[in-house]
Structures are given as C-alpha cells and as structure tokens.
Design a protein around this ligand. Structure first.
Ligand SMILES: *Cc1c(COP(=O)(O)O)cnc(C)c1O
Ligand SMILES: [Zn+2]
Length: 407
C-alpha cells in the first residue's frame, strides 16, 4: 500500500486519477504525483526511515508505488566528504554525492525503479524510453530483472561504451537518425500508437518521483538537514527540481528544519538552454541545438526547464555553463583529488563548482553538495589521452633503470 492519491496539473491544478498520463488533458502542462501527507506525517519518522532498507526504498512511503518494488539494489549511495578537492577550490565543507555507485552506473536507476514498478502495476508488458544513453541502460536492466520487453530509443553518435552498456541487457535498441530532441519527439508519437509504458513519457510523473531520493538521502546523510548549496547537472531539468522537492517534502513532514538551500543548475556550454534563460532574466527557455561531449545531458529543449529555472531563482541559487575543455579538466581533477571517475555530466558540475567558489558565490564555510550522477568508465574516450605507462622487463635491474631510486 502506498500514500499517493492522484495526479495534479502543475499549472491549472486539474486532478486526474493515478494512471499512465504525463500531460494535463486541459492545458497540456506536466502532471505531478500528490500524496496524502497527513497520513504520512502520522506514520513517518526519522527512526522509521533509518530502520528501513539500505536503499532508496527506505523512503518508500514518499514514493508512488503500491506493490513490491522492482529492485536492483539502487540507492543509499555514499555522501563522501571531499577535503582534497575542497582544499583546491577553497571550500571547507564540500561533499560529493557519489551516484556512480548504482546498478547501471547512473542515478537514472532511481527514477526507473519507480517507473518500472508502476509499469507492472498498470499491466504493461512492454516498456520503452527516449534516452541520451544512461536511461536506456537502466530501463533495459530493469526490464531484464522483471521479465518485461524493452524498446529503447537513442540518438545517433553515442559513445561505444554506452552502446555496449545498453546492449548487454538485451533490449530492442533503436537508433534514431537525429538528436535526443528528435528521439523524444518520435516517442511522443509512438506513445499514442503503441500500448507501451514509456518510462519518461506516459510514466514520467512516476519516473520523476524516484529522483527525489537523491534529496532525501543527502538530507539524512548530513544528519537530517538540507545543505546550504547544491550543484546538479541538468538535461531536461527534472532531476534538479526533484532534489529540491525531496528537501521540501522532508521539511514539510518535520523530518528536517526549513530548507534554505541555494540550488545551482549546471549545464555544458554547448547545451545550456536553462542557463541561457537564467542569464537573460526571462522565464522562457528557448531550445538550442546541442554540441557537447557531455552527451548524457545534451537536451536542447528541456521539458522541465521552466521549473528548474524557477527553483534556481527562487532559492537564490544560480545557473552556470562550462565549455568542453573545462569539463574534461574537471573529470580529471575529481579523479586526482577524490578517487572518483565520473562521466562528463559530473565534469560539468565540478567545473562549475570551481568557478562559483572562485567568484565567491559559494562561500568557504557553506555546506555544499556536488551531485555526481554517472560513472566515467562507459565514456572513457573523453579522457583517453591520459594513459601514460612505463614499460620495463620483469627484472629488478630493468625497473631500477627505468624508474628506480638512484643510489
Ligand atoms: C539524465 C542525466 C542527468 C539529468 O537529467 P534530467 O533530464 O535533467 O533529469 C544528469 N546526469 C546524468 C549523468 C544523466 O544521465
Ligand atoms: Zn492543466
């Protein structure tokens, strides 16, 4: 049994039953899951959460599932203190939320776990998604685990490692000749023709909720408080909005003090429609054509851009975009200082953090959390130039000759 009660339009407030539906039938705005918070607040406590499973399902009361979840073991990833990186950037209270450590190596497993559970509840036998790569891998893995058929739609030009990382779970892979935004448009048409559960189309309100656990976990791991500053990478903008919703729900339920977190959207300069709108001071997010190595967040027309922008502004946060060369340098910096090999989306976060710390927008003492949303090994080509090895013969003499300490 769960506590979700209905879907509500974020714009006009029209309500709908909990069904596979993404957009308001009146005004075409996105729908959001609403809960019976009164009953939740009567049953939920810090102790109950802390005694739950060591996974995202410790927050099950705040997720819209009714049945036993489809679970690959996602969540409760480490929040690690980052003193080495912090020293370089001039930050005394820097933390990394390391979501490289999920079953398919990106935070998408959180969102997909909820959406696939709903797909089963709604009786779909086939699930599908429009993906920049990471979502496809997660959808395919969850489909395998729960014996559903999966169709994953991806844009052309993805990294080889990512293609293998999807194909290994044996979905039907469809490469669309075009960008992610073309893939998304196609899926918007397919969802009307095929009775499939599209994880990020008709199941999007449920998909969105899974990402809240990235807010819940950080607040719990900081000792039941929201951080002062958050940086997260943005593609459609959804993750960014849900981290904040996670903090706000916890505060509303009295699990943490009121939220004063400043939220910073980060994007690659080659795909930064949300940052552009922030800087232009408008509420309209104008689509762009993406060109960046950060392919997992290369979305030119972000569905939740408007809402991400609003949170960045209202929270007194900001929006920052960084060029590809700084993204690559930041991937290396994170690995050199904290031993975490992340992908380009996280390079975007670290490069932006560097700028924001240097400019004083984030202060030395502030408790700052940088969200690292996917692991690096699947997209190695962006840093392949680093390999430098010393070749020796298997003898002491040879080693001494090449690298040994001189007597
Ligand atoms: C999908 C993704 C994001 C953010 O996605 P949103 O569409 O903004 O929710 C961030 N990082 C990585 C690595 C991703 O795959
Ligand atoms: Zn509406």
């Amino acid at each position: 049994m769960g506590y979700a009660t209905l879907l509500r339009c974020r714009k006009c407030g029209q309500e709908f039953p909990l069904k596979p539906l993404n957009l308001c039938e009146v005004c075409l705005s996105p729908l959001e899951v609403i809960y019976d918070y009164k009953t939740i607040s009567a049953t939920l406590s810090r102790e109950k959460i802390a005694g739950g499973p060591v996974s995202m399902w410790r927050y099950r009361d705040l997720l819209p599932v009714e049945t036993e979840p489809v679970d690959l073991g996602t969540g409760y990833t480490p929040l690690v203190k980052a003193p080495n990186l912090g020293r370089q950037l001039g930050l005394d209270n820097l933390y990394i939320k390391n979501d490289c450590l999920t079953p398919t190596y990106s935070f998408k497993d959180r969102a997909v776990a909820v959406a696939v559970t709903k797909a089963k509840e709604f009786g779909f036998d086939t699930i599908a998604c429009a993906s920049t790569g990471n979502l496809a891998a997660s959808v395919a893995a969850h489909a395998a685990k729960t014996n559903l058929k999966a169709y994953v739609f991806i844009p052309s030009g993805l990294e080889t490692g990512k293609l293998v990382g999807i194909a290994i779970y044996d979905p039907v892979m469809v490469t669309v000749d075009g960008s992610y935004d073309d893939v998304n448009r196609l899926c918007g048409k397919l969802v009307q023709e095929y009775k499939w559960g599209f994880i990020n189309v008709n199941l999007r309100p449920y998909y969105a909720e899974g990402s809240k656990t990235l807010g819940f976990e950080v607040a719990e791991q900081l000792g039941w408080r929201a951080p002062d500053c958050v940086l997260a990478p943005s593609a459609s903008g959804l993750l960014f909005t849900r981290i904040y919703k996670g903090f706000e729900e916890m505060a509303m339920l009295g699990l943490i003090p009121p939220v004063k977190t400043r939220m910073f959207v980060t994007q690659a300069a080659g795909s930064s429609p949300i940052v552009n709108a922030f800087n232009a001071g408008t509420v309209h997010v104008h689509p762009v054509i993406p060109h960046t190595i950060a392919k997992s967040i290369a979305i030119g027309n972000p569905a939740d851009g408007f809402y991400a922008l609003r949170i960045a502004r209202q929270s007194n946060g900001g929006a920052y975009a960084v060029p590809d060369d700084e993204i690559i340098a930041a991937i290396k910096l994170l690995a050199h200082t904290e031993g975490i090999f992340a992908e380009a989306a996280s390079g975007v976060v670290i490069a932006s953090l560097k700028k924001l710390a240097a400019s004083g927008q984030i202060k030395r003492h502030e408790v700052t959390v940088a969200y690292i949303t996917a692991a690096g090994p699947r997209t190695q080509e962006v840093v392949a130039d680093i390999v430098k090895t010393h070749t020796v013969k298997p003898t002491l003499e040879s080693f001494n000759q090449v690298l040994g300490l001189k007597k």
